[in-house]
Ligand binder design. Structure first.
Ligand SMILES: [Zn+2]
Length: 217
């Protein structure tokens, strides 16, 4: 493992964890985030810590294959899900998991969020699928989440919350804000007759634009 990179990733995870906390996407110590170091290791938030008092060295380095970790602090109880995603998706370098209110509302109704907002389809790749209900922190949850994330960067988890992934942790953070907003819009739109979905051709166009052409060169 490259120790310099591991340190940089610890600083980034700590920084985004505090941003996530201030964004209101998590309450108390719920929610967890991680960043990949390489093919074998990731950095993940410790279990049950106060987000306002975190510092970079407390971010836990864990093995993606054995789930063994360094140091005295236990990693997030959802380490098994994060590790499984990194093993399944080599292009993914950051993961954010929240129990945010609107995403959780749709997830308790056990529905998908259809493809309805331009920013949602650009960043998350289309509809936000629901991962079936399982007990938290199990291999079954990891399997369901990976299935729901196929060709997407965001998913709901039945009766539990949401998860977003990105080429960087910052991208996963933006994804979690976009997902939460899409869930809110989906719920609100029920009051005025329900949303009209964006067609697949436009979804493909926007998502390709985001992945390959968006931003500064
Ligand atoms: Zn959770």
């Amino acid at each position: 493992m490259n120790r310099e990179k591991a340190k940089l990733m610890q600083a980034e995870v700590c920084d985004i964890a505090q941003k996530m906390y201030r964004s209101g996407l998590v309450a108390g110590t719920w929610g967890n985030i991680s960043a990949r170091i390489d093919d074998d290791y990731m950095v993940i938030t410790p279990s049950g810590m106060d987000y306002e008092r975190l510092y970079a060295e407390q971010m836990v380095i864990a093995n993606l294959h054995t789930l063994e970790y360094e140091g005295n602090l236990k990693p997030s109880i959802e380490t098994i899900v994060h590790a499984a995603i990194y093993r399944d998706r080599p292009e993914i370098n950051g993961i954010m998991h929240t129990h945010s209110t609107y995403a959780l509302t749709v997830a308790t109704a056990r529905r998908d969020i259809p493809p309805i907002c331009d920013d949602q389809v650009q960043i998350l790749g289309g509809s936000v699928r629901l991962a079936g209900y399982t007990r938290p922190s199990t291999q079954e949850m990891a399997d369901e989440v990976i299935k729901a994330l196929k060709d997407r960067t965001g998913a709901l988890i039945a009766n539990h919350g949401a998860i977003t992934i990105g080429r960087t942790l910052s991208e996963a953070f933006i994804g979690s804000q976009v997902l939460e907003k899409a869930a809110m819009v989906y719920i609100n739109s029920q009051c005025i007759g329900g949303p009209v979905e964006i067609c697949q051709e436009d979804i493909d166009f926007y998502h390709d634009f985001f992945l390959n052409k968006y931003g500064q060169k």
